[in-house]
Design a protein around this ligand. Structure first.
Ligand code: EPZ
Length: 418
């Protein structure tokens, strides 16, 4: 695993072009396994998670041209099902192999998916709802074993819990299902809307994108075509926080601020000057120290859990006290003790942290633990006094394209040691 050497404090300011969304690209890639014609997907971010999916697809016999865009031909799928376990276990997104391979190959046998250590990451809802749609699916010896006699059968599913991943598994299974599938209490994240837009352009019949009621009319086939992935709203939020913590000024381009309304609102409460346009947004702290703001994470359109570590960092150098409550994942505070090593004053109490703002942080040696925590430690190091070393930075490459290049363009003093 590589490491970063970072010198601070610096003020982060300038212009950033936001990359394509990891969490839209991943489901759209797995959805492409349902299509037997050639498709071209643009604005795919160059990330480790995407590279892993490409390796899995090559194992399945998918033909892929990986240039400026990704050209995918999944007309002939085959597999001996002995997927490289390390690939399956390294990302959470591998769970989205199950639905398309049951549709295409009528069976699948793979190890349980991986994902950041931010919680148990169970897949009981995926299993339950695919069973409801007609799959014979169960877990044995840490493997998912599943088969389906014919086609999935449309069904009325009332999701007992908000789950982005399970909503996506249901959608992918229902595309060619007999009759209609209705999903009540579906997740409404913009990345799911992007997936549905992609599928409808390829000929699917899905209504309710971005709402909690999704209706899918099964079709016989999808056609090929071209699609451009939406921007990464979490990358945008991360760079806005970079300016906020360093009293800087940043403009994010190629990004739709409508998908980040609550984060922009909360940044305004800190005293930041926020401006937005159709495909850009900017933040200017006007050299002021931010005011601490309380945060509660929740399913979209509530405050995104993937922005929780970044905003907690902002709170710990803001003026005043604040509480951050994490309601989605049970273990998403692994980075707190590392911030406290840098001089932060944060107390953890179950799924809440209590922050008392401090005026500065000090360098330290740290280990990254998960994707969003890691980027927050990198940002903390940019404003800390002294030279900070961060190990295990491969986590960051999973979710942020060219991260050190982008940070250096904003004034960061950061070096990667392989
Ligand atoms: C997706 O994870 C994202 N990952 C996460 O982003 C994001 O934080 C999360 O959705 C937001 O909800 C990708 O899109 C690849 P969930 P996912 O199913 O699908 C529980 C990042 O940093 N649950 O919405 O795994 C689960 O444990 C990552 O980019 C079950 O109990 O999240 C969690 O507490 C981190 N049973 C809650 O639901 C299940 O079968 C929400 O999980 C599935 C989930």
């Amino acid at each position: 695993m590589g490491k970063f050497i970072i010198k601070g404090p610096v003020k982060l300011k300038g212009e950033i072009n936001i990359s394509g969304s990891k969490n839209a690209a991943l489901p759209i890639l797995f959805a492409s396994l349902l299509i037997k014609e050639v498709i071209e997907i643009k604005n795919i971010p160059k990330l480790k998670d995407i590279d892993i999916v490409i390796k899995l697809f090559l194992h399945l016999g998918v033909k892929i041209k990986n240039g400026k865009s990704l050209i995918i031909n999944a007309s002939n799928l085959h597999t001996d099902f002995n997927f490289p376990q390390n690939l399956i276990k390294s990302i959470r997104a591998s769970i989205w192999l199950v639905s398309p391979l049951l549709v295409r190959l009528k069976k699948i046998h793979m190890s349980l998916p991986g994902g950041c250590s931010i919680g148990m990451r169970p897949i009981d809802l995926h299993i339950k709802y695919l069973q409801k749609l007609g799959a014979n699916i169960y877990i044995k010896n840490n493997c998912i074993i599943a088969s389906i006699d014919k086609k999935f059968k449309g069904s009325h599913i009332i999701m007992e819990k908000n789950s982005v991943g399970a909503t996506i598994s249901i959608i992918l299974a229902a595309i060619y299902a007999k009759n209609i599938t209705i999903i009540d209490n579906a997740a409404k994240e913009p990345e799911i809307k992007d997936l549905i837009n992609f599928l409808n352009i390829m000929g699917a019949k899905i209504k309710g994108a971005g709402t909690k009621k999704i209706i899918i009319q099964g079709v016989l086939k999808l056609k090929g075509g071209i699609y451009t992935i939406m921007d990464d709203r979490i990358e945008t939020g991360t760079f806005l926080i970079a300016a906020a913590i360093s009293k800087g000024y940043i403009i994010c381009k190629n990004t739709n601020p409508k998908n980040l309304k609550i984060v922009l609102k909360k940044l305004e409460y800190t005293g930041a000057e926020i401006k937005t346009g159709k495909n850009w947004c900017s933040i200017n702290m006007n050299n002021k120290r931010p005011k601490a703001v309380n945060i509660i994470t929740g399913p979209y359109p509530n405050f995104p859990t993937d922005m929780q570590p970044q905003f907690t960092l902002l709170n710990c150098i803001s003026s005043g006290y604040s509480i951050v409550q994490e309601t989605i994942f049970e273990n998403r505070f692994l980075y707190i003790h590392q911030l406290n090593k840098m001089g932060a004053k944060i107390l953890i109490d179950n799924n809440k942290v209590f922050c008392q703002g401090v005026t500065s942080l000090y360098s330290s040696t740290m280990k990254a633990t998960d994707l969003r925590a890691s980027i927050s430690l990198v940002l903390a190091a940019c404003i800390a006094t002294g030279i900070t070393t961060i190990d295990n930075i491969d986590y960051i490459d999973r979710g942020y394209e060219n991260i050190e290049k982008k940070l250096i363009s904003l004034g960061a003093k950061i070096k990667r040691i392989k």
